[in-house]
Write a protein that binds this ligand. Structure first.
Ligand code: SF4
Length: 169
């Protein structure tokens, strides 16, 4: 595993975000099994990523082994997350014959889940007073993800935006 970058967390100045890479052989082949071993994970087979929450942290793992982590405490925590993904990936591969990948990864999406993917700045650009109000309307179909302009304006939100879009499919 390798930690590539540590950056300030935009939505919470007390936290950090990080980019790392896991070292797992044939990771793309492991992904469908890994996605089913992580509780509450969202998985896009087509775009090759798995996204999940661990407490407040949002973690997205890509087919090329890159991992983005938001709301982390420090470098040590980022390294622990990478190590944990590597261990889970190895376990998933070892147990692959017992894991049914024929069924889609199921998940019930709540407003809080959607909120956790939004910038949380309450900037009101979407026409709502708060990001939480936007999350509720997005789930109800009263708003479109594109109404949250910061998600599309800023490059740093690309991974989170894609994870959110897929979660809402
Ligand atoms: S535009 Fe996005 S960041 Fe701004 S309040 Fe609405 S949901 Fe929150």
């Amino acid at each position: 595993m390798e930690l590539r970058e540590i950056l300030p967390c935009v939505a919470d100045p007390t936290k950090l975000r990080a980019i790392g890479k896991v070292d797992v052989r044939d990771f793309r082949r492991v992904m469908p099994y890994l996605a089913r071993l992580i509780p509450g994970a969202t998985y896009s087979e087509r775009d090759e990523w798995i996204s999940f929450k661990k407490g407040q942290k949002i973690i997205t793992v890509y087919g090329d082994g890159f991992v983005t982590m938001a709301y982390i405490r420090d470098k040590m925590e980022a390294m622990e997350i990478l190590k944990d993904i590597e261990e889970k990936a190895r376990k998933a591969w070892e147990k692959r014959e017992q894991i049914d990948i024929s069924k889609p990864v199921k998940r019930t999406v709540s407003p809080l889940d959607v909120y956790s993917y939004l910038p949380k700045t309450n900037c009101k650009e979407c026409g709502e007073q708060t990001c939480m109000a936007f999350a509720v309307k997005l789930l109800n179909g009263e708003k479109d993800i594109k109404d949250c302009k910061p998600l599309f304006k800023e490059k740093k939100y690309t991974g989170i935006r894609e994870a959110l879009a897929d979660m809402l499919l």
